[in-house]
Design a protein around this ligand. Structure first.
Ligand code: T4K
Length: 397
């Protein structure tokens, strides 16, 4: 970061925040409860392989998602692979490019070909019309992603998939606690996958889950995530180890204990950002559907360079100089812009490319408070007020 940008900043070159503020800082958990659970697990001398804490965690996640079955896993990437393996997918799998690389990598790791499809610019999720166009005789599934917690057009995607006789699945890594048409994310498609990575709204250090109402599918996934034990077919008997540990379940349960409080805090953060930036032209919030429940885990804003006079990346540079470690959000760059996909077959994804170049993920979560958000917003306001000057200085070098 060049000093000249810092000099322009609001606090005269002095850091606006005492400590760096990171996007995706883990949410706080009640340490006493966590340590009690860990002590209990150690005393119980059962630390993995479907122990009592994992079973309790699975029950509570299934309840939150409104589904009959939850299989907890070591992370969501493995859960996606288990799901694709359990569904016996082959050939091509349609995915959005605007997602964390794990969605596409999971398919590729299994020898499937991820086929990237464009998004609806309003929701940031797969556009069902584009999906219909992308389906070929080699397509074996559609895997939508509820990007930044906003659910996909699940009804339309389900219809498109059904019309072609293929299943729809969802990567719901961002969307636990969110709803579509009032129904909780978790029950859409054949199955959905949650992530409980440290940076997620429910944090199990590392963790994931497959949730489904299909009992037979759940049984297959459960067997496959435990070396294939219990599967009749010899060809499937080489499952993997995708199990969640008791330590992760202890963390996940403790995180779930305060889930409602976390969402309330996230909501308050989001409202503060909106209020502080309400009248700032050129900065718009990625839309949530006000009729639906949302976990408000991510605060995503779009930067319009023409109006603000500064690019998304330059605004990020200014924020970083002021110790606000905001990020290009998950999905930026888009998968098709990254190796190994970039050198594959060329794709035209205009909505994906436009959105991905304009968005910023601002710090939120329970470790971020209103006063810090006000300071972040003051920096953004200042940067935008001097957008043209900041850009000119950057161009001068
Ligand atoms: N599908 C989607 C749509 C996903 O977003 C993800 C994961 C997956 C599938 C796969 O889920 P998992 O297999 O991971 O369960 C992080 C996470 O590792 C990943 O879980 C997450 N999405 C992804 C979006 O973010 P990185 O490589 O970008 O993380 P990193 O180390 O660059 O950190 C990002 C930010 O978080 C930084 O600002 C620092 C902060 N951070 C991170 C960690 C781990 C902390 O403050 N504390 C921490 O402990 O992948």
């Amino acid at each position: 970061m060049k000093r000249d940008l810092t000099d322009l900043a609001l606090f005269g070159g002095r850091p606006a925040l005492l400590h760096p503020l990171h996007t995706n800082q883990p949410n706080t958990v009640d340490r006493t409860r966590l340590f009690d659970r860990l002590t209990w697990a150690l005393d119980n001398q059962w630390l993995s392989n479907g122990g009592p804490l994992v079973r309790e965690f699975e029950d509570r996640v299934a309840e939150l998602a409104g589904v009959r079955n939850c299989v907890a896993t070591c992370n969501a990437t493995t859960a996606l692979q288990l799901l694709m393996r359990a569904a016996d997918l082959s050939g091509e799998v349609i995915v959005p490019s605007l997602t964390f690389a794990a969605t596409a990598h999971a398919a590729r790791w299994l020898g499937l070909e991820p086929v990237f499809c464009d998004i609806d610019p309003v929701t940031g999720c797969l556009d069902p019309e584009r999906v219909a166009e992308a389906i070929t005789p080699r397509t074996s599934a559609v895997v939508g992603v509820h990007l930044w917690g906003r659910p996909c057009a699940v009804n339309q995607l389900g219809k498109v998939a059904a019309n072609h006789g293929i299943p729809a699945f969802y990567d719901a890594a961002h969307a636990i606690g969110c709803t579509s048409d009032g129904r909780p994310v978790g029950g859409f498609g054949v199955a959905e996958v949650f992530s409980f990575h440290a940076t997620k709204v429910v944090n199990a250090f590392e963790g994931g889950a497959i949730v489904t109402d299909d009992d037979e599918f759940a049984d297959r996934v459960r067997a496959l995530h435990n070396f294939g034990k219990g599967l009749a077919s010899v060809s499937e008997a080489g499952g993997t180890n995708g199990k969640m540990s008791e330590a992760s379940a202890a963390m996940g349960l403790t995180s779930l204990d305060t889930f409602d409080d976390t969402v309330r805090h996230n909501r308050a953060n989001y409202d503060t950002y909106r209020a502080e930036l309400a009248d700032l032209d050129g900065i718009t919030f990625f839309a949530h559907d006000p009729e639906e429940r949302h976990n408000f885990q991510y605060v995503i804003v779009e930067v319009d360079e023409e109006t603000t006079g500064l690019s998304r990346d330059l605004l990020l540079d200014v924020l970083h100089a002021e110790q606000v470690m905001a990020l290009r959000p998950i999905g930026s760059p888009a998968c098709h812009q990254l190796e190994p996909y970039r050198s594959g077959r060329p794709v035209s994804l205009p909505h994906t490319e436009r959105l991905v170049a304009r968005v910023i993920s601002l710090p939120s979560g329970t470790t971020v408070n209103r006063e810090q958000i006000r300071r972040v917003c003051a920096i953004i306001r200042f940067a935008v007020a001097h957008g043209t000057a900041v850009t000119a200085r950057r161009r001068q070098g």
